[in-house]
Design a binder for this molecule. Structure first.
Ligand SMILES: Cc1cc2nc3c(=O)[nH]c(=O)nc-3n(C[C@H](O)[C@H](O)[C@H](O)COP(=O)(O)OP(=O)(O)OC[C@H]3O[C@@H](n4cnc5c(N)ncnc54)[C@H](O)[C@@H]3O)c2cc1C
Length: 403
């Protein structure tokens, strides 16, 4: 039987981040949102806590910690402010991509700078603004030229667009093979042909930077092609499983925060001489959402444990991560919406934090994977659909099995 009792190391890490979230993030949530960025002192403090390099392998100078430890930390950070894990410096999704798609030399070369310069940002670009009309696959094309590639295309919704020093870009390498003919490439933000579009203004998580990035005749040397250690499809599945898990852990943190604030309000706010939490309609909402949060966290921990321990069974890894994301992204939205409901009129006034929880949770549910595509992926796995990359990638035209 497995136990999720945290190790001493995990407990210390989680408690340190929880203290930081309570003392530093909570009270500055509105300031962070208003600034549309993490203030410099918080960036530095987060880097000092070591959370940005947590899962970077030791060989590349990182702490080499497990997915489960990372999930514990992500929950606490998002409990403090869900925008913070998106807005903080560090490799972000690029770290997940390189863990799965890069070989040892690439990991050392590309991740070490994030350890020596904690102010760096990384990014991964998979989404595209315009899906291809006639064939499955990316519009972004990587053409073989000499030893390397030349990449052309335009990516959308990219977290850290314009901030990142390094991008991993997914592109089509063979147009005739649809989603089986894709690759991933490392591109330096300063490379000739890389341009960044205007930053989006977003519904939630607005401290984080999202935007479009264009690539025009960008030359990619062979050593920057990510080959997934010889099994690109499997590595891609594991990358998105890792990424989904990270989003799910953040969703649990947000959901827990929304629930706790609601519980306090339900105790303080009185109607007809008693706290509103003593009315069944509110009491049952609180009870149901609490059960939801605990259940979602259980799924996140089980998925993280599966990722850490069952490296050979990527179908199981994918199923557990999809399941955790599907549930946690829904639970976060429900907790955010119910928090506003429980606060009544106060809920939609910005003096209270719950309207931010509602906005942030909606945006979380649209990250890759979305709550609906997580359901789709989990259902496909449960029904035994063949595991091609199209089933996993959070991009348009994906997962055509239920059309
Ligand atoms: C917080 C956040 C962070 C993000 N970070 C990045 C990033 O770093 N890099 C990057 O490249 N992109 C990123 N994205 C973009 C994200 O991956 C996409 O928004 C997401 O995958 C949805 O794709 P789309 O917008 O093209 O929606 P569409 O594919 O147009 O989908 C529209 C709706 O239909 C649903 N849908 C689509 N296809 C199916 C299907 N087959 N079955 C069931 N439902 C389906 C979707 O769930 C969605 O609700 C981020 C988005 C957010 C909100």
């Amino acid at each position: 039987m497995k136990s999720f009792d945290p190790t001493e190391e995990q407990r210390m890490m989680r408690d340190t981040v929880a203290d930081f979230a309570r003392e530093k993030l909570r009270e500055r949530s509105r300031e962070i949102e208003g600034a549309r960025a993490l203030p410099e002192d918080l960036r530095r403090a987060i880097a000092e806590l070591g959370v940005t390099t947590l899962t970077i392998p030791e060989a590349a100078g990182g702490a080499g910690m497990s997915a489960l430890t990372a999930a514990l930390v992500e929950e606490e950070l998002a409990w403090g402010d869900a925008a913070v894990p998106f807005a903080m410096p560090g490799p972000a999704a690029l770290g997940h991509a390189l863990l799965e798609l890069a070989d040892d030399e690439q990991q050392r070369r590309l991740l070490e700078p994030f350890v020596s310069e904690p102010a760096r940002f990384g990014a991964v670009a998979w989404s595209e603004a315009r899906p291809h009309a006639r064939r499955a696959g990316f519009n972004t094309i990587a053409k073989r030229e000499g030893d390397g590639y030349v990449l052309d295309g335009q990516k959308a919704f990219v977290l850290n667009a314009g901030l990142a020093s390094t991008y991993v870009v997914f592109a089509q390498t063979d147009e005739s093979r649809g989603w089986d003919g894709i690759g991933a490439f490392v591109i330096d933000a300063a490379a000739k042909g890389v341009t960044v579009g205007p930053r989006y203004t977003t519904l939630g998580l607005d401290a984080a930077t999202f935007g479009e990035v264009s690539f025009q005749q960008v030359v990619v040397p062979a050593r920057d092609a990510l080959l997934g250690r010889g099994d690109f499809a499997r590595a891609t599945r594991r990358f998105f499983a890792r990424h989904a898990l990270s989003m799910a852990a953040r969703a649990v943190g947000l959901a827990r925060a929304a629930w706790e604030v609601s519980r306090t309000y339900a105790d303080e706010r009185k109607a007809f001489g008693k706290p509103i939490g003593h009315f069944q309609s509110i009491a049952f909402l609180l009870a149901d959402r609490h059960i939801d949060v605990e259940g979602a966290r259980g799924l996140v921990w089980r998925a993280a444990w599966t990722l850490d321990t069952k490296s050979g069974d990527d179908v199981e890894v994918l199923a557990r991560c999809a399941e955790a994301a599907a549930e946690a992204l829904e639970v976060a939205q429900q907790c955010g919406a119910d928090a506003v409901q429980i606060h009544g009129g106060a809920g939609f006034v910005r003096d209270y934090i719950v309207e931010k929880y509602m906005r942030d949770s909606k945006q979380l549910a649209l990250c890759g994977p979305t709550s609906t595509t997580s359901d789709q992926l989990f259902a496909a796995l449960a029904l035994g659909a063949p595991l091609d990359p199209a089933l996993v990638l959070p991009v348009p035209d994906i997962q055509p099995i239920f059309t």
